[in-house]
Design a protein around this ligand. Sequence first.
Ligand SMILES: NC(=O)C1=CN([C@@H]2O[C@H](COP(=O)(O)OP(=O)(O)OC[C@H]3O[C@@H](n4cnc5c(N)ncnc54)[C@H](OP(=O)(O)O)[C@@H]3O)[C@@H](O)[C@H]2O)[C@@H](O)CC1
Ligand SMILES: [K+]
Length: 559
Amino acid sequence: MRALESAAMASGAVTGLELMERAGAAVAGHIRLRWPKAGRATVLCGPGNNGGDGYVVARHLHQAGWRVRVLGMDNTPGPDAAEMKRRWAEMGEIAPLTCGVFRAGASCDVYVDAIFGTGLTRAPQGEIAKMLAYMGGSGGDGHFFRERVVAVDCPSGLCLDSGAFLGAPRQPGEFVPHARMTVAFDSPKPGHLLERGPEVCGELVVADIGLRQWRERYENGRAVRPARTVAVWPAHDVADERANRSRLSAACLAKHAGHKFTHGHALIVAGGFGHGGAARLTARAALRTGAGLVTLGPPKSALIEHAGPPDALMRRGVDGAEGLATLLADSRITAVALGPGCGVDRAGAMLDPLLASKRPCVLDADALTALAARGLEGLHEGCVLTPHEGEFARLFPDLAERLAGPRPPRMMIVADYGRRGAEGTPVDNIAAQWQALADYHRALADQRGPLYSKLDAARDAAARCGAVVLLKGPDTVIAAPDGQARIHSAYYVPWLATAGSGDVLAGIITGLLARGLPPLDAAATGAFLHAQAARRFGPGLIADDLPDQLPGVFRDLGL
Ligand SMILES: NC(=O)C1=CN([C@@H]2O[C@H](COP(=O)(O)OP(=O)(O)OC[C@H]3O[C@@H](n4cnc5c(N)ncnc54)[C@H](OP(=O)(O)O)[C@@H]3O)[C@@H](O)[C@H]2O)[C@@H](O)CC1
Ligand SMILES: [K+]
């Protein structure tokens, strides 16, 4: 974002002051759209340019007839924010930005949070921290504020690189501000989509402040993009159905010509008798994704389990590593899924022949558990690993640890009144426990931004193992070994979290790989199609419903 702003300003086409005016005007405009009747607003302005936007919002609301109260800081902001502050000061007062002053004010229709935006460097402290916690519900009024807070760029304290709050535990529970609406500028940032971002931002509005032509220049030239923001654009891509449509139509157009082998042959390795359901879901999804042929490969002894529909599915017994190696000698098999319902031992035995074949493949579920035990050797650029959080922690324990941040100590207070004070008694234990708790809180308070993010973790994992890593969750991150990454947010499709949903995702990606999509595109487009299928079905979804939604999803995309 900073690089875009600098490029725009260096071109002479726009000044920082104009960008700030557009940003503040956009926020005020969105407030007036949702609260058409002029009411009462409190605007909280921080020390930097986010605060500068706040002074612009105050001015615009005042001019529209709102009764506006501004709380600001007694500091010398940068020139643009200083000018906006001066312009506001000609219209109204600026009260000190403290929790006491904030609480003393009359209740308002809207509270504009313009304290910190992208420039947050450390955990909020003192009065500001108290005020943010109060807005987050520490005073018992959390719901009141959730309905009324409008955040400028983000709720203050949110790290826009990671979606975590600086100074708060990474899991929900602490009092952090939640907005009803967040107005971001130009593009969503990773922190709007990751971790707590979607939960605390409320409705996310991305306002156009006239930077598009500079963004587009960056989109096609990876080399000139600053490394830490690379993910933003592909993330935006994935959120953008048009981008997916063009990618998919390229793949699907091939359907107009050729025979079934032109569209690839996917092999889904299945597990022993009684465990075939997961692999059948995977196979069905690969078929619906348009792979020309799909073969399900259980051990011969379990073939009978798969006698039912779909009839389009081929079955072939695959016994052990040799069985797989023999089958993969057929070069017409263009992609393989290993893991769903496979059993850890069987998946472990299959890993070597599969990786040696260099076939594009999806490694999921039991294959990931086997991989964690075996080691990452032999993975290649055609592999897509699809771990959930727990599997990721088994594969990359150090990255998962870093992502989790400071962990609260386990507290176990032992009351032993009889021996209290004697050496080595639980009294020492209590003191040590309190010390551990104090250390934990200090570690949180000392946090510096940007925090290590899910995006960083997926990228580091992909670079380390040399394969595409799709780290599942409501915020799915897909990263390739060369650093390209995409974010797919399915926060608004909570019913996707259901048994077997991951098996279907593995099948969709395998189908796309079989059809020849590069692994990163197959994984990212797969995540998108998976969520679209769930969105189309709605609540009440079970994994079996997902593959049958795919034709409708393709139709909706105009394919
Ligand atoms: N650039 C543009 O063209 C446009 C930018 N726009 C807007 O600018 C925003 C970014 O502005 P920004 O870079 O000034 O950062 P911002 O979020 O206001 O905060 C930084 C200030 O807070 C301070 N600070 C940090 N942490 C702190 C803490 N814990 N406790 C206390 N202080 C702390 C930090 O000081 P320092 O770290 O140097 O001590 C610095 O003074 C962006 O989100 C968008 O709203 C729009 O107008 C569109 C055009
Ligand atoms: K803010």
